[in-house]
Design a protein around this ligand. Structure first.
Ligand code: TMP
Ligand code: ASP
Length: 248
């Protein structure tokens, strides 16, 4: 870290630092784990390294397929240099299979395959508990312009197809995930934040047991145990899939 580096922001899972270049920030991934809007707190040993590595590989994979992300490189295994962006206060959730709050709020049975991917916008606001937004509320609060919402929806669906295909090669079913987007100094929309077992639901495709198949933060949320092993397994499968792609 450079001598001029200053802590810019500390979130639940990452600390953001300034660098010598105002266009570049350093994201330091923490081992801290929270759930249910930080009502549950804990630690997942080595999560910083695992999530930073998984996110970096996924961002690189997406970049290679034409998706613009904030990723630059990794100075250390749990740090990511990223392009400075203004994060839009939206949590963009894409769902392929019913789980989590979708089941709780609609009564859909866990594991129901959705006829088409569902894109949802939540207001990124911890004080309000990240509520689900309607398009009209999103525009009422001016959280993004209509053009930005269209662009983000299109990008989220494209990213879903790419990630679904990639995880399939890992023997992992992409149930749902959360994305965040930012706007750079040229008003370009970049995929930002992270894509990791903290922000995705990932099920081991070959495992039918509803507890044993879980390879993501639901292991922590629901006290299923073996959290670290699951994250490390996701990382190893991601690395193997990339190695296979590079070899072919
Ligand atoms: P949900 O079913 O709890 O709404 O979560 C949907 C997806 O979004 C799931 O993959 C976990 C992810 N997520 C986050 O990344 N951050 C959050 O704060 C929440 C609530 C969910
Ligand atoms: N990320 C949220 C929290 O920190 C919620 C979650 O992932 O369950 O509390």
């Amino acid at each position: 870290m450079s001598v001029n580096s200053q802590k810019l922001y500390e979130g639940k899972a990452k600390v953001l630092y300034t660098t010598d270049n105002p266009e570049i920030l350093l994201a330091d991934f923490k081992d801290d784990a929270t759930a249910f809007n930080a009502q549950k707190k804990g630690r997942i040993i080595d999560k910083g390294r695992m999530n930073c590595s998984i996110s970096s590989k996924l961002f690189q994979t997406l970049e290679a397929r034409g998706i613009k992300t904030h990723f630059i490189d990794n100075p250390t295994p749990n740090q990511m240099r990223v392009r400075a962006v203004k994060i839009l206060p939206l949590e963009v959730v894409v769902r392929n299979i019913a789980a989590g709050s979708l089941c709780r709020q609609t009564g859909l049975e866990l594991g129901t395959l959705l006829a088409k991917p569902l894109v949802e916008f939540y207001y990124k606001n911890d004080n309000l508990g990240d509520p689900l937004l309607t398009r009209d509320r999103l525009h009422l609060l001016q959280l993004a312009t209509p053009e930005q919402v269209d662009t983000i929806t299109h990008l989220a669906l494209q990213i879903n197809e790419l990630l679904k295909g990639f995880f399939q090669q890992c023997g992992i079913t992409l149930v749902d995930f959360k994305l965040e987007f930012g706007v750079d100094s040229q008003q370009q929309i970049l995929l930002a934040d992270e894509i990791s077992p903290d922000t995705c639901r990932l099920w081991d495709t070959s495992e039918a047991d509803p507890n044993r198949r879980v390879m993501d933060k639901d292991r922590f949320r629901q006290d299923l145990g073996n959290v670290e092993d699951a994250y490390e397994e996701v990382l190893q499968r991601v690395l193997q899939a990339i190695e296979k792609q590079n070899a072919s």
